[in-house]
Design a protein around this ligand. Structure first.
Ligand code: BG6
Length: 447
Protein backbone atom coordinates (compact mmCIF):
# COMPACT_ATOMS: atom_id res chain seq x y z
CA UNK A 1 0.00 0.00 0.00
CA UNK A 2 1.04 3.58 -0.53
CA UNK A 3 2.58 5.66 2.25
CA UNK A 4 0.06 7.92 3.99
CA UNK A 5 -0.44 9.68 7.26
CA UNK A 6 -3.52 8.48 9.11
CA UNK A 7 -5.06 11.20 11.25
CA UNK A 8 -7.60 9.82 13.70
CA UNK A 9 -10.01 12.37 15.15
CA UNK A 10 -11.85 10.98 18.17
CA UNK A 11 -8.93 8.76 19.00
CA UNK A 12 -9.79 8.29 22.67
CA UNK A 13 -13.25 6.92 21.88
CA UNK A 14 -14.54 3.39 21.79
CA UNK A 15 -14.40 2.89 18.04
CA UNK A 16 -10.70 3.71 17.87
CA UNK A 17 -9.81 1.39 20.72
CA UNK A 18 -12.08 -1.51 19.85
CA UNK A 19 -11.97 -1.51 16.06
CA UNK A 20 -9.59 0.93 14.36
CA UNK A 21 -6.38 0.32 16.29
CA UNK A 22 -6.76 -3.49 16.23
CA UNK A 23 -7.50 -3.30 12.48
CA UNK A 24 -4.44 -1.12 11.84
CA UNK A 25 -2.34 -3.41 14.01
CA UNK A 26 -3.45 -6.41 11.94
CA UNK A 27 -2.61 -4.66 8.69
CA UNK A 28 0.79 -3.83 10.19
CA UNK A 29 1.34 -7.41 11.39
CA UNK A 30 0.52 -8.82 7.97
CA UNK A 31 3.03 -6.44 6.40
CA UNK A 32 0.31 -4.60 4.50
CA UNK A 33 0.87 -1.13 5.95
CA UNK A 34 3.65 0.72 4.22
CA UNK A 35 6.56 1.39 6.61
CA UNK A 36 5.79 5.05 6.04
CA UNK A 37 2.31 5.09 7.58
CA UNK A 38 2.38 7.18 10.73
CA UNK A 39 -0.81 7.27 12.77
CA UNK A 40 -1.61 10.59 14.41
CA UNK A 41 -4.18 10.14 17.16
CA UNK A 42 -5.90 13.44 17.86
CA UNK A 43 -7.76 13.71 21.16
CA UNK A 44 -8.97 16.14 23.78
CA UNK A 45 -7.83 14.06 26.76
CA UNK A 46 -4.39 15.09 28.05
CA UNK A 47 -2.65 11.81 27.19
CA UNK A 48 1.03 11.45 26.46
CA UNK A 49 2.08 8.81 23.92
CA UNK A 50 2.71 6.48 26.86
CA UNK A 51 -0.61 6.97 28.62
CA UNK A 52 -2.44 6.75 25.30
CA UNK A 53 -0.88 3.33 24.68
CA UNK A 54 -1.98 2.24 28.13
CA UNK A 55 -5.48 3.35 27.30
CA UNK A 56 -5.33 1.27 24.11
CA UNK A 57 -4.08 -1.76 25.99
CA UNK A 58 -7.34 -2.07 27.91
CA UNK A 59 -8.57 -3.92 24.87
CA UNK A 60 -8.08 -7.68 25.08
CA UNK A 61 -7.02 -7.93 21.50
CA UNK A 62 -3.93 -5.80 21.96
CA UNK A 63 -3.16 -7.49 25.25
CA UNK A 64 -2.89 -10.78 23.39
CA UNK A 65 -0.82 -9.36 20.55
CA UNK A 66 2.75 -10.40 19.89
CA UNK A 67 4.71 -7.98 22.10
CA UNK A 68 7.65 -7.37 19.76
CA UNK A 69 5.34 -6.69 16.84
CA UNK A 70 3.13 -4.53 19.02
CA UNK A 71 6.07 -2.39 20.08
CA UNK A 72 7.00 -1.86 16.44
CA UNK A 73 3.42 -0.95 15.68
CA UNK A 74 3.15 1.52 18.56
CA UNK A 75 6.15 3.39 17.16
CA UNK A 76 3.89 4.47 14.32
CA UNK A 77 1.50 6.22 16.69
CA UNK A 78 1.82 9.81 17.85
CA UNK A 79 -0.73 11.26 20.23
CA UNK A 80 -1.68 14.86 19.45
CA UNK A 81 -3.41 16.53 22.39
CA UNK A 82 -5.77 19.04 20.89
CA UNK A 83 -9.27 20.28 21.61
CA UNK A 84 -10.92 20.58 18.24
CA UNK A 85 -13.64 22.88 19.56
CA UNK A 86 -11.11 25.58 20.49
CA UNK A 87 -8.12 24.95 18.20
CA UNK A 88 -7.70 27.25 15.25
CA UNK A 89 -7.03 25.71 11.84
CA UNK A 90 -3.55 27.23 11.69
CA UNK A 91 -2.32 25.37 14.79
CA UNK A 92 -3.61 22.01 13.53
CA UNK A 93 -1.96 22.74 10.19
CA UNK A 94 1.34 23.57 11.94
CA UNK A 95 1.18 20.44 14.09
CA UNK A 96 0.40 18.11 11.18
CA UNK A 97 2.94 19.68 8.86
CA UNK A 98 5.54 19.45 11.62
CA UNK A 99 4.84 15.72 11.91
CA UNK A 100 4.90 15.40 8.15
CA UNK A 101 8.44 16.82 8.09
CA UNK A 102 9.47 14.61 10.98
CA UNK A 103 8.25 11.41 9.32
CA UNK A 104 9.07 12.37 5.69
CA UNK A 105 6.37 10.09 4.39
CA UNK A 106 4.92 12.33 1.72
CA UNK A 107 1.68 14.26 1.59
CA UNK A 108 -1.02 11.56 1.39
CA UNK A 109 -3.43 11.93 4.27
CA UNK A 110 -6.35 9.92 5.50
CA UNK A 111 -8.60 11.73 7.98
CA UNK A 112 -10.76 9.37 10.00
CA UNK A 113 -13.65 11.05 11.80
CA UNK A 114 -14.45 8.68 14.66
CA UNK A 115 -16.75 11.30 16.14
CA UNK A 116 -20.43 12.21 16.19
CA UNK A 117 -21.58 13.92 12.97
CA UNK A 118 -22.44 17.18 14.77
CA UNK A 119 -18.70 17.82 14.96
CA UNK A 120 -17.95 17.05 11.30
CA UNK A 121 -18.48 20.71 10.38
CA UNK A 122 -15.78 21.92 12.79
CA UNK A 123 -13.39 19.23 11.62
CA UNK A 124 -13.97 19.98 7.98
CA UNK A 125 -13.04 23.62 8.65
CA UNK A 126 -9.95 22.55 10.59
CA UNK A 127 -8.80 20.22 7.88
CA UNK A 128 -9.47 22.53 4.95
CA UNK A 129 -6.07 24.30 5.08
CA UNK A 130 -4.37 20.91 5.01
CA UNK A 131 -5.77 20.11 1.63
CA UNK A 132 -3.22 20.66 -1.04
CA UNK A 133 -2.35 19.59 -4.56
CA UNK A 134 0.37 17.22 -3.44
CA UNK A 135 -0.63 13.66 -2.65
CA UNK A 136 -4.20 12.59 -1.89
CA UNK A 137 -6.44 13.52 0.99
CA UNK A 138 -9.32 11.26 1.92
CA UNK A 139 -11.92 11.53 4.62
CA UNK A 140 -13.54 8.54 6.28
CA UNK A 141 -16.57 8.62 8.51
CA UNK A 142 -19.51 6.51 9.43
CA UNK A 143 -23.11 6.51 10.39
CA UNK A 144 -25.31 8.04 11.46
CA UNK A 145 -25.27 9.85 8.11
CA UNK A 146 -28.26 11.90 9.28
CA UNK A 147 -31.67 10.97 10.68
CA UNK A 148 -33.66 11.69 7.54
CA UNK A 149 -33.25 13.09 4.04
CA UNK A 150 -32.84 16.72 5.03
CA UNK A 151 -30.32 16.14 7.84
CA UNK A 152 -28.33 13.83 5.54
CA UNK A 153 -28.31 16.55 2.89
CA UNK A 154 -27.13 19.05 5.47
CA UNK A 155 -24.31 16.74 6.57
CA UNK A 156 -23.29 16.06 3.01
CA UNK A 157 -23.18 19.78 2.28
CA UNK A 158 -20.80 20.32 5.22
CA UNK A 159 -18.44 17.61 4.04
CA UNK A 160 -18.59 18.49 0.37
CA UNK A 161 -17.56 22.08 1.08
CA UNK A 162 -14.10 20.64 1.77
CA UNK A 163 -13.96 17.24 0.05
CA UNK A 164 -14.92 16.03 -3.43
CA UNK A 165 -17.21 12.98 -3.58
CA UNK A 166 -14.31 10.77 -4.69
CA UNK A 167 -12.35 11.75 -1.56
CA UNK A 168 -15.22 10.77 0.75
CA UNK A 169 -15.39 7.25 2.18
CA UNK A 170 -18.64 6.57 4.06
CA UNK A 171 -18.27 3.40 6.04
CA UNK A 172 -20.94 0.75 6.34
CA UNK A 173 -19.02 -1.91 8.21
CA UNK A 174 -21.27 -4.66 6.81
CA UNK A 175 -19.70 -4.07 3.39
CA UNK A 176 -16.29 -4.88 4.87
CA UNK A 177 -17.33 -8.35 6.05
CA UNK A 178 -15.76 -11.07 3.89
CA UNK A 179 -19.08 -12.93 3.68
CA UNK A 180 -20.80 -9.79 2.38
CA UNK A 181 -18.07 -9.09 -0.17
CA UNK A 182 -18.58 -12.64 -1.37
CA UNK A 183 -22.21 -11.98 -2.37
CA UNK A 184 -21.17 -10.24 -5.56
CA UNK A 185 -18.57 -12.88 -6.43
CA UNK A 186 -21.02 -15.67 -5.73
CA UNK A 187 -23.79 -14.14 -7.80
CA UNK A 188 -21.75 -13.19 -10.84
CA UNK A 189 -19.27 -16.05 -11.09
CA UNK A 190 -21.68 -18.98 -10.85
CA UNK A 191 -23.74 -19.28 -14.00
CA UNK A 192 -26.18 -21.73 -12.44
CA UNK A 193 -27.37 -19.25 -9.83
CA UNK A 194 -26.98 -16.20 -12.03
CA UNK A 195 -29.49 -17.66 -14.48
CA UNK A 196 -32.02 -18.49 -11.78
CA UNK A 197 -31.70 -15.11 -10.04
CA UNK A 198 -35.07 -13.75 -11.15
CA UNK A 199 -38.75 -13.66 -10.34
CA UNK A 200 -39.53 -16.68 -12.53
CA UNK A 201 -37.36 -18.87 -10.27
CA UNK A 202 -37.29 -17.12 -6.92
CA UNK A 203 -40.36 -16.93 -4.72
CA UNK A 204 -39.07 -14.73 -1.94
CA UNK A 205 -35.90 -13.50 -0.26
CA UNK A 206 -35.41 -13.05 3.47
CA UNK A 207 -32.59 -10.98 4.96
CA UNK A 208 -32.08 -11.20 8.70
CA UNK A 209 -29.66 -9.52 11.10
CA UNK A 210 -30.55 -10.63 14.61
CA UNK A 211 -28.64 -9.69 17.74
CA UNK A 212 -28.77 -11.25 21.17
CA UNK A 213 -27.40 -8.11 22.85
CA UNK A 214 -29.69 -5.37 24.09
CA UNK A 215 -29.12 -1.66 23.81
CA UNK A 216 -26.11 -1.83 26.16
CA UNK A 217 -24.61 1.53 27.02
CA UNK A 218 -25.84 3.23 23.86
CA UNK A 219 -29.35 4.20 24.96
CA UNK A 220 -28.62 7.91 24.45
CA UNK A 221 -28.12 7.28 20.73
CA UNK A 222 -30.43 4.30 20.25
CA UNK A 223 -33.54 5.66 21.92
CA UNK A 224 -33.61 8.46 19.34
CA UNK A 225 -32.83 6.07 16.53
CA UNK A 226 -34.46 2.63 16.72
CA UNK A 227 -34.01 -0.46 14.57
CA UNK A 228 -35.07 1.07 11.24
CA UNK A 229 -32.58 3.93 11.31
CA UNK A 230 -29.87 1.99 13.12
CA UNK A 231 -29.85 -1.16 10.99
CA UNK A 232 -32.30 -1.11 8.07
CA UNK A 233 -31.45 2.23 6.43
CA UNK A 234 -27.81 1.17 6.12
CA UNK A 235 -26.74 -2.45 6.66
CA UNK A 236 -29.89 -4.25 5.55
CA UNK A 237 -30.51 -2.02 2.53
CA UNK A 238 -26.88 -2.54 1.50
CA UNK A 239 -27.38 -6.29 1.66
CA UNK A 240 -30.58 -5.99 -0.31
CA UNK A 241 -28.77 -3.88 -2.94
CA UNK A 242 -26.16 -6.59 -3.43
CA UNK A 243 -28.76 -9.34 -3.68
CA UNK A 244 -31.09 -7.52 -6.03
CA UNK A 245 -28.77 -5.47 -8.27
CA UNK A 246 -28.48 -6.04 -12.00
CA UNK A 247 -25.10 -7.24 -13.31
CA UNK A 248 -22.74 -4.26 -13.42
CA UNK A 249 -21.06 -3.48 -16.74
CA UNK A 250 -17.67 -4.07 -15.07
CA UNK A 251 -16.25 -4.68 -11.62
CA UNK A 252 -15.21 -1.02 -11.31
CA UNK A 253 -16.49 0.66 -8.13
CA UNK A 254 -18.76 3.08 -9.91
CA UNK A 255 -20.29 0.51 -12.24
CA UNK A 256 -21.17 -1.61 -9.22
CA UNK A 257 -22.49 1.32 -7.25
CA UNK A 258 -24.54 2.58 -10.22
CA UNK A 259 -26.47 -0.68 -10.01
CA UNK A 260 -26.92 -0.68 -6.25
CA UNK A 261 -28.39 2.83 -6.40
CA UNK A 262 -30.98 1.67 -8.95
CA UNK A 263 -32.19 -1.02 -6.52
CA UNK A 264 -32.85 1.52 -3.79
CA UNK A 265 -34.54 3.90 -6.21
CA UNK A 266 -36.96 1.19 -7.27
CA UNK A 267 -37.97 0.08 -3.77
CA UNK A 268 -41.58 -0.03 -2.69
CA UNK A 269 -42.78 -0.74 0.83
CA UNK A 270 -45.37 -3.49 1.23
CA UNK A 271 -45.94 -3.43 4.96
CA UNK A 272 -43.91 -3.46 8.13
CA UNK A 273 -44.03 -4.34 11.81
CA UNK A 274 -42.19 -2.79 14.69
CA UNK A 275 -41.77 -4.07 18.21
CA UNK A 276 -39.86 -3.51 21.43
CA UNK A 277 -38.43 -6.12 23.79
CA UNK A 278 -39.95 -6.55 27.22
CA UNK A 279 -38.40 -8.49 30.12
CA UNK A 280 -37.76 -12.17 29.37
CA UNK A 281 -35.13 -14.93 29.73
CA UNK A 282 -33.76 -13.18 32.82
CA UNK A 283 -33.11 -9.94 30.89
CA UNK A 284 -34.57 -6.49 31.45
CA UNK A 285 -37.11 -5.00 29.12
CA UNK A 286 -35.99 -2.16 26.85
CA UNK A 287 -37.82 0.49 28.87
CA UNK A 288 -35.99 -0.64 32.03
CA UNK A 289 -32.57 -0.21 30.43
CA UNK A 290 -30.36 2.66 31.67
CA UNK A 291 -30.97 5.84 29.75
CA UNK A 292 -34.18 4.70 28.03
CA UNK A 293 -37.33 6.78 28.54
CA UNK A 294 -39.86 4.76 30.61
CA UNK A 295 -42.53 5.38 27.97
CA UNK A 296 -40.20 5.01 24.97
CA UNK A 297 -41.88 4.25 21.66
CA UNK A 298 -38.59 3.29 19.98
CA UNK A 299 -38.62 -0.04 18.13
CA UNK A 300 -35.86 -2.55 18.85
CA UNK A 301 -37.22 -4.90 16.19
CA UNK A 302 -38.39 -4.21 12.66
CA UNK A 303 -39.54 -6.47 9.88
CA UNK A 304 -40.30 -4.95 6.49
CA UNK A 305 -41.78 -6.50 3.39
CA UNK A 306 -40.36 -4.67 0.38
CA UNK A 307 -40.61 -4.98 -3.36
CA UNK A 308 -38.05 -4.06 -5.98
CA UNK A 309 -40.02 -2.68 -8.89
CA UNK A 310 -37.77 -3.85 -11.69
CA UNK A 311 -38.51 -6.33 -14.50
CA UNK A 312 -36.31 -8.92 -12.73
CA UNK A 313 -38.06 -8.75 -9.36
CA UNK A 314 -41.63 -7.63 -9.98
CA UNK A 315 -43.85 -9.17 -7.28
CA UNK A 316 -41.09 -10.94 -5.33
CA UNK A 317 -41.20 -10.01 -1.62
CA UNK A 318 -37.94 -9.15 0.12
CA UNK A 319 -38.39 -9.48 3.86
CA UNK A 320 -35.84 -7.58 5.95
CA UNK A 321 -35.79 -8.32 9.67
CA UNK A 322 -33.60 -7.08 12.46
CA UNK A 323 -33.82 -6.90 16.21
CA UNK A 324 -31.95 -6.63 19.47
CA UNK A 325 -32.27 -9.11 22.35
CA UNK A 326 -33.34 -11.86 20.03
CA UNK A 327 -32.58 -15.54 20.58
CA UNK A 328 -29.14 -15.63 18.99
CA UNK A 329 -26.80 -13.43 16.99
CA UNK A 330 -26.96 -14.32 13.35
CA UNK A 331 -27.15 -12.60 10.01
CA UNK A 332 -28.13 -14.41 6.85
CA UNK A 333 -29.81 -14.17 3.48
CA UNK A 334 -32.28 -16.85 2.46
CA UNK A 335 -33.31 -17.24 -1.14
CA UNK A 336 -36.35 -19.48 -1.64
CA UNK A 337 -36.60 -20.95 -5.12
CA UNK A 338 -39.96 -21.81 -6.64
CA UNK A 339 -41.10 -25.40 -6.58
CA UNK A 340 -40.99 -27.08 -9.91
CA UNK A 341 -41.20 -30.49 -11.55
CA UNK A 342 -42.97 -33.81 -11.42
CA UNK A 343 -42.72 -34.51 -7.71
CA UNK A 344 -45.66 -33.07 -5.89
CA UNK A 345 -43.95 -33.47 -2.48
CA UNK A 346 -40.77 -31.73 -3.57
CA UNK A 347 -39.90 -28.86 -1.24
CA UNK A 348 -38.49 -25.53 -2.31
CA UNK A 349 -34.75 -25.29 -2.94
CA UNK A 350 -33.26 -22.95 -0.43
CA UNK A 351 -30.00 -21.06 -0.70
CA UNK A 352 -28.76 -19.68 2.63
CA UNK A 353 -25.90 -17.21 2.63
CA UNK A 354 -24.70 -17.13 6.23
CA UNK A 355 -23.01 -13.80 6.95
CA UNK A 356 -22.26 -14.38 10.64
CA UNK A 357 -21.36 -16.06 12.86
CA UNK A 358 -20.56 -19.28 10.87
CA UNK A 359 -19.97 -17.70 7.50
CA UNK A 360 -20.79 -19.91 4.57
CA UNK A 361 -23.33 -20.87 1.96
CA UNK A 362 -25.72 -23.80 2.10
CA UNK A 363 -27.94 -25.13 -0.64
CA UNK A 364 -30.87 -27.30 0.34
CA UNK A 365 -32.34 -29.61 -2.26
CA UNK A 366 -34.47 -32.73 -2.56
CA UNK A 367 -32.97 -36.22 -2.69
CA UNK A 368 -34.51 -39.68 -2.72
CA UNK A 369 -34.35 -41.57 0.55
CA UNK A 370 -33.21 -45.07 -0.47
CA UNK A 371 -35.15 -46.71 2.41
CA UNK A 372 -38.52 -45.16 1.87
CA UNK A 373 -38.22 -43.97 -1.71
CA UNK A 374 -39.64 -40.63 -0.50
CA UNK A 375 -38.05 -37.27 -1.05
CA UNK A 376 -35.95 -35.84 1.73
CA UNK A 377 -34.26 -32.45 2.04
CA UNK A 378 -30.46 -32.50 2.09
CA UNK A 379 -27.80 -29.79 2.26
CA UNK A 380 -24.65 -28.92 0.40
CA UNK A 381 -22.71 -26.73 2.76
CA UNK A 382 -19.71 -24.48 2.20
CA UNK A 383 -18.00 -23.34 5.39
CA UNK A 384 -16.05 -20.15 4.75
CA UNK A 385 -13.47 -20.39 7.59
CA UNK A 386 -12.94 -24.15 7.02
CA UNK A 387 -11.95 -23.45 3.44
CA UNK A 388 -10.30 -20.04 3.60
CA UNK A 389 -8.95 -20.26 7.15
CA UNK A 390 -10.22 -18.70 10.35
CA UNK A 391 -8.20 -15.49 10.10
CA UNK A 392 -10.11 -13.65 7.44
CA UNK A 393 -9.64 -9.88 7.75
CA UNK A 394 -12.18 -8.24 10.02
CA UNK A 395 -14.49 -5.67 8.46
CA UNK A 396 -12.50 -2.63 9.60
CA UNK A 397 -9.24 -4.12 8.43
CA UNK A 398 -10.61 -4.66 4.95
CA UNK A 399 -12.20 -1.21 4.89
CA UNK A 400 -9.09 0.68 6.01
CA UNK A 401 -7.01 -1.18 3.45
CA UNK A 402 -9.49 -0.22 0.73
CA UNK A 403 -9.37 3.46 1.69
CA UNK A 404 -5.58 3.49 1.49
CA UNK A 405 -5.77 1.72 -1.87
CA UNK A 406 -8.33 4.28 -3.00
CA UNK A 407 -10.90 1.65 -3.95
CA UNK A 408 -14.45 2.82 -3.35
CA UNK A 409 -16.58 -0.27 -3.97
CA UNK A 410 -17.12 -0.99 -0.28
CA UNK A 411 -18.24 2.54 0.54
CA UNK A 412 -21.56 4.25 0.32
CA UNK A 413 -21.89 6.77 -2.48
CA UNK A 414 -23.93 9.91 -1.88
CA UNK A 415 -26.67 9.06 -4.40
CA UNK A 416 -27.21 5.67 -2.70
CA UNK A 417 -27.43 7.38 0.65
CA UNK A 418 -29.89 9.95 -0.60
CA UNK A 419 -32.09 7.29 -2.21
CA UNK A 420 -32.03 5.21 0.98
CA UNK A 421 -33.11 8.18 3.10
CA UNK A 422 -35.93 9.07 0.74
CA UNK A 423 -37.19 5.51 0.99
CA UNK A 424 -36.76 5.35 4.77
CA UNK A 425 -38.56 8.68 5.25
CA UNK A 426 -41.59 7.00 3.66
CA UNK A 427 -41.24 3.94 5.90
CA UNK A 428 -41.06 6.05 9.05
CA UNK A 429 -44.11 8.04 7.95
CA UNK A 430 -46.17 4.84 7.83
CA UNK A 431 -45.18 3.88 11.36
CA UNK A 432 -47.34 0.96 12.56
CA UNK A 433 -48.35 0.47 16.20
CA UNK A 434 -45.54 -0.74 18.42
CA UNK A 435 -45.79 -4.45 19.37
CA UNK A 436 -43.70 -6.28 21.95
CA UNK A 437 -41.65 -9.46 22.29
CA UNK A 438 -39.95 -11.04 25.27
CA UNK A 439 -36.15 -10.65 25.41
CA UNK A 440 -34.58 -13.85 24.09
CA UNK A 441 -37.32 -14.51 21.51
CA UNK A 442 -37.20 -13.92 17.79
CA UNK A 443 -39.60 -10.99 17.65
CA UNK A 444 -43.37 -10.66 18.13
CA UNK A 445 -45.90 -13.49 17.55
CA UNK A 446 -46.23 -14.48 13.93
CA UNK A 447 -49.49 -13.37 12.34
C1 BG6 B 1 -24.15 -1.04 14.18
C2 BG6 B 1 -25.36 -0.67 14.97
O1 BG6 B 1 -24.09 -0.30 13.00
O2 BG6 B 1 -24.18 -2.43 13.87
C3 BG6 B 1 -25.43 -1.51 16.23
O3 BG6 B 1 -25.32 0.70 15.31
C4 BG6 B 1 -25.36 -2.97 15.90
O4 BG6 B 1 -26.62 -1.23 16.95
C5 BG6 B 1 -24.17 -3.27 14.99
O5 BG6 B 1 -25.21 -3.68 17.13
C6 BG6 B 1 -24.22 -4.70 14.50
O6 BG6 B 1 -23.02 -5.01 13.85
P1 BG6 B 1 -22.53 -6.51 13.75
O7 BG6 B 1 -21.33 -6.43 12.88
O8 BG6 B 1 -22.25 -6.98 15.14
O9 BG6 B 1 -23.66 -7.28 13.13
Amino acid sequence: MEPAMIVLFGSTGDLTRRKLIPALYNLHRKGQLHACTPIVAVGRKPFTDGSFFEHLQTDDFLKNADQTELERFLKRIKYLHLDISSTDPASLKDAIEGLERQYSCGKNKLFYLALPPQIFGSIARLVKPLKGDDGWQRVVFEKPFGQDTSSAEELNKTISEVFQEDEVFRIDHYLGKASVQNILSFRFSNALFEKAWRKEDIERVEIVAAESVGVGTRAGYYDKTGAVLDMVQNHLLQLLSLVAMEPPSSLESDDIRDQTVKVIESLRLGSWRRAQYVAGSGKKGYREEDGVAPDSDTETYASLELFVDSPRWQGVPFILTTGKRMQARHAEIKVFFRRNGLYEHAKMNLLTIRLQPDEGIAFRFNARDPETGELDQVDMDFCHPCHFGPNTAEAYEALLAEVIRGSRTLFTRWDWLLASWKFIDGVVEEKPTLESYPAGKDGPEKR
